[in-house]
Design a protein around this ligand. Structure first.
Ligand code: GP9
Ligand code: MN
Length: 633
């Protein structure tokens, strides 16, 4: 009885009113921010309601923690918690503006990348963004007015009630969310869905749990898991095509990562001018894969590099380059080393960006020519670093110094968001006029990239390396996210549904083999297929290698590739995982989703198996397995 009275005392105190006001304002701010800062694609009234209630449980949970500290410190605790939560929300807003995605814990550990991002980050913020902190300032004001708060400390029962309400609301939230999207919490991809149905703060709790789980996975892994993955990938293996197997034996391999280059610009004209005149010519005597997709996730350029060198998928959260650089891999540089190759990567940015300096060691690169090997000045650099034309130019003496045969990778940089050029000379084409400045400038930086490639090929001819080299040029990932759909639909003259969105994930893949005529290739493939393709062209078969991709020249390969969110593309269908829509590819029309179902399963298994290899670091068991086999023989 006495307790009850005391408790009522707290509830009637000014502090309780302050506490409730904090929660109410925070709830409203969070709801409006969620509703209007992200394109969450709310499908029905129920989803609208779920989104509306999502911030309450997190608010009770986090602000409830402040009730544990001593009376004197409660106000300060609330302000700190408030600021942190508001900051998390805002960080997601900024991240979303560019990446069209939400922050994950592994991404946070890449914060050194964000430092380098400088110009791009500034472009993504504006003064009105202070609105994301508006309730924080109100709360700050209130707390200064009411100097002596709180008079009483809430007793245990009150605190328990606060937490019990948080849990009850959270359970209702999860229950309603699961009804909207069964297995919401077990399917790790589809972050948009998670935020839509759990809210941004609960999503972060979920993400933290997933992070802990995956780091525990390595500790408890064993070699039986490797056998399971081997059974899966070996059963999917395709025999090489005799016509191509070994055609480039002992030749140098040059890989070029074409920054943010999407396939739609190929053979496209803007204001009567070709956007990629050099590439348009090059594809005439190359193998040009016109149905080739990037498979990248949050690791962007580095995910593409990872897939290309390993034929494993990137991760559903974060970049493997940063989360699992200490793993054992069997990457192309390491394999080629056994055949007498030297390997090197060339890039005009800091060596630590995407943790490349460490990851390249794990992948077996002999050399990494990063920014420090180049003469980088204010004039010859823009955005992230050295501009592509001087980059290739300055790379020539370096590549000439490599022992042949070599496997050399060039990572271009200029065609990167926000697509800026700092010199009129570099603008070789007029911008488009959609009014969306990123899209408009994109064509100019693409044109610049194309010019740099032309000069690169000329230089390789001049220095005599061209004839003995095969060239593999690929777009690393999309450059124009769905935040720019309005301008893109103007450019392409079509509405952009999930179907078109997925088709826009096509990036060019051009394999140029001097002396061979080449042709346009129709097979549907992705970055994960490049490793087996290159190895077969070089006449190398690695029977114990775990590859999720397949040789793009193989006659019996299936037209198929996946997106990291579980969407996929086959010869006949396109499936959007976010929307759960199956499309007939030729007609571009929605069809019964049951048709896509077998591939939905396959895609899930494929991604899960690959994730298991990475999270459990399974390749470390391969040597052990080989030794055991030898002992048994
Ligand atoms: C930075 C370059 C660009 O070094 O790879 O990174 P991105 O943002 O495209 O992953
Ligand atoms: Mn990139």
């Amino acid at each position: 009885m006495f307790r009850k009275i005391k408790d009522q005392g707290w509830l009637q105190s000014k502090f309780a009113l302050f506490f409730i006001t904090v929660i109410f304002l925070f709830w409203m701010k969070s709801y409006f921010a969620l509703r209007f800062s992200f394109e969450l694609d709310i499908e029905n009234k129920m989803q609208e309601f779920i989104l509306f209630i999502t911030p309450i449980s997190s608010a009770l949970l986090f602000f409830g923690m402040a009730l544990y500290v001593s009376e004197k410190r409660q106000k300060r605790a609330i302000l700190i918690i408030h600021f942190l939560l508001s900051f998390i929300l805002y960080a997601n807003v900024v991240y979303y503006r560019f990446f069209d995605d939400f922050i994950t814990i592994p991404v946070l550990f890449q914060f050194k990348n964000f430092g380098d991002l400088g110009g791009s980050a500034k472009n993504l913020m504006s003064g009105t963004d202070l609105l994301y902190f508006v309730d924080f300032f109100i709360v700050l004001g209130l707390s200064m007015l009411q100097k002596h708060l709180p008079e009483k400390k809430a007793n245990k029962k009150t605190v328990a009630i606060v937490f019990a309400s948080a849990l009850a609301i959270l359970s209702i939230n999860i229950g309603l969310a699961e009804a909207q999207r069964p297995q919401l919490l077990t399917r790790t991809f589809d972050r948009l869905m998670l935020v839509k149905l759990l809210g941004v703060y609960n999503y972060h709790i979920y993400d933290a749990v997933m992070s802990t789980k995956s780091s525990a996975q390595r500790t408890f892994a064993n070699s039986n898991e490797l056998a399971e993955v081997q059974n899966y990938v070996y059963s999917e293996k395709k025999a090489p095509n005799d016509e191509y197997y070994g055609v480039a034996k002992d030749k140098n391999v040059v890989l070029v990562s074409m920054e943010s280059l999407q396939n739609f610009v190929i053979n496209m004209e803007v204001n009567g001018q070709e956007v990629t005149p050099f590439l348009n010519d090059l594809i005439n005597d190359s193998y040009y894969f016109q149905n080739f997709y990037h498979n990248t996730g949050q690791g962007k350029t580095s995910d593409a590099e990872f897939m290309i060198d390993n034929s494993l998928y990137g991760l559903p959260r974060g970049a493997v380059f940063t989360t699992n650089a200490g793993n054992e891999f069997n990457a192309t540089p390491e394999i080629l080393n056994k055949y007498g190759y030297t390997s090197a990567s060339f890039h005009g940015n800091n060596k630590s960006f995407w943790n490349r300096d460490l990851m390249y060691q794990s992948l077996g690169y002999d050399q990494f020519f990063s920014q420090e090997y180049y003469n980088v000045t204010e004039e010859n650099s823009v955005n992230y670093g050295l501009k592509d034309i001087p980059f290739f130019e300055q790379s020539m003496p370096l590549i000439q110094g490599l022992k042949q045969p070599f496997y050399a990778k060039f990572l271009t940089l200029t065609n990167h968001y926000p697509y800026v050029l700092n010199n009129e000379e570099d603008e070789m084409i007029a911008p488009t006029e959609t009014g969306d400045s990123s899209v408009d400038r994109y064509f100019q930086t693409v044109r610049y990239l194309d010019e740099s490639l032309k000069q690169f090929f000329d230089q390789m001819k001049q220095n005599g390396l061209y004839n003995n080299t095969i060239f593999v040029l690929y777009g690393d990932h999309y450059g124009i996210s769905s935040n720019h759909n309005r301008a893109m639909s103007e450019i392409l003259g079509t509405e952009i549904r999930p179907f078109e969105h997925i088709q826009l994930q096509k990036v060019p893949l051009i394999i140029h083999i001097p002396g061979m005529k080449g042709k346009v290739m129709n097979t549907v493939g992705g970055q994960v297929d490049i490793k087996p393709t290159i190895l077969h062209l070089l006449g190398i078969e690695e029977p114990s290698d775990i590859q999720f991709g397949s040789d793009l020249f193989a006659e019996d390969r299936e037209s198929y590739t996946v997106q990291r969110d579980g969407s996929f593309i086959t010869g006949h269908y396109v499936y959007s995982s976010e929307q759960n829509i199956c499309y007939d590819k030729t007609a571009g029309e929605e069809i019964d989703s049951a048709v896509c179902e077998p591939y939905v399963e396959k895609t899930r298994t494929e991604l899960e198996m690959s994730d298991k290899v990475v999270y459990s670091d399974l390749l470390r068991f391969i040597d052990e397995q080989i030794e055991e086999k030898q002992l048994a023989e």
